[in-house]
Design a protein around this ligand. Structure first.
Ligand code: CP
Length: 304
């Protein structure tokens, strides 16, 4: 039995197979419409979500399976003090696979240790969000036709942003990757990540202003300043609109520079950019369904 806790749980060869499968599903959805007949997915979400939970549910339904679960820990027996270990033991009696989101770092890992079914980390606190990373990598591979030799800008909340942390880890395994971190001082990428990049000799630079680096980027990964991760309202209000990507800034970008965003967006990308062909964040959400379909099949041993 295999779980997914980190994007590094799959080798790059396994990722290639997963992405090939996702692309085949996208091209031939009917071929997979009964692949999970009789299977049940549990979505156990202790934190709010639109894309991750609903794309998992859409993925399982499109594979012919069924879904059950909860979208708020306060509606589960966690509100009565039940541990995630006990919850997953019980869910293992009801479902064949589980996607779990939790505000506490490591909670899905604790669940996986006691689980009788594959557990997928659907985001744990400020730590990791591996299925968002699979979505991001599939989007880049499909639209850029490569995952190597890219200069990647990551902008916004690089301190608490779990999507950023997962994506950096995953991309360091490809050749010719250069990172440009764009953030205010208070939201800089954590030291453990820059230490890891130094150890692996992956080039990176840290800047505060988008304008100075826009022309150098192959893609720009925008992120939201996350209100829910701040300890005080005052800091959040001061930093929330630090970056707003708009048409004027996009004039500085290359004609092929893609804009990705895990979503939800608040103000950090102006809606005037939504029709720019370089803005691919809604396509990215669609890739999220295909890659989760491929992941479900893989973890259930049905990929062949
Ligand atoms: N990208 C992402 O994780 O979105 P949700 O929080 O809506 O699931």
């Amino acid at each position: 039995m295999r779980h997914l806790m980190s994007p590094l749980d799959f080798t790059t060869e396994e990722l290639d197979k997963l992405f090939d499968l996702a692309e085949d599903i996208s091209a031939n959805p009917k071929k997979y419409a009964h692949a999970c007949d009789g299977k049940i997915m549990a979505t156990c979400f202790y934190e709010p979500s639109t894309r991750t939970r609903l794309s998992f549910e859409s993925a399982m339904i499109r594979l012919g399976g069924q879904v059950l679960g909860f979208s708020d820990g306060s509606n589960s027996s966690a509100a009565k003090g039940e541990s995630v270990s006990d919850t997953i033991r019980v869910i293992s009696c009801y479902a064949d696979i589980c996607a779990m989101r939790h505000p506490k770092e490591g909670a899905p890992m604790v669940a996986a240790e006691k689980s009788g079914i594959p557990v997928i980390n659907a985001g744990d606190g400020g730590h990791q969000h591996p299925t968002q990373t699979l979505t991001d990598l599939l989007t880049i591979r499909s639209l850029k036709k490569r995952l190597d030799n890219l200069t990647i800008g990551l902008c916004g909340d690089l301190k608490f942003g779990r999507t950023v942390h997962s994506l950096i880890h995953a991309l360091t395994r490809y050749k010719g990757i250069r990172f440009v971190f764009i953030s205010p001082e208070e939201l800089k990428v954590p030291d453990y990540i820059t230490d890891m990049l130094k150890e692996k000799n992956v080039p990176y630079k840290e800047v505060m202003h988008l304008e100075e680096v826009m022309p150098t980027l192959d893609l720009l990964y925008m992120t939201r300043v996350q209100k829910e991760r701040f300890f005080n309202e005052e800091d959040y209000v001061r930093l929330k609109d630090f970056y707003i990507l708009d048409s004027a800034k996009m004039e500085l970008a290359g004609k092929d520079m893609l804009i990705l965003h895990p979503l939800p967006r608040v103000n950090e990308i102006s809606v005037e950019l939504d029709d720019d062909p370089r803005a691919v964040y809604f396509k990215q959400a669609q890739y999220g369904v295909y890659v989760r379909m491929a992941l479900i099949l893989t973890l259930l041993g049905l990929a062949e």
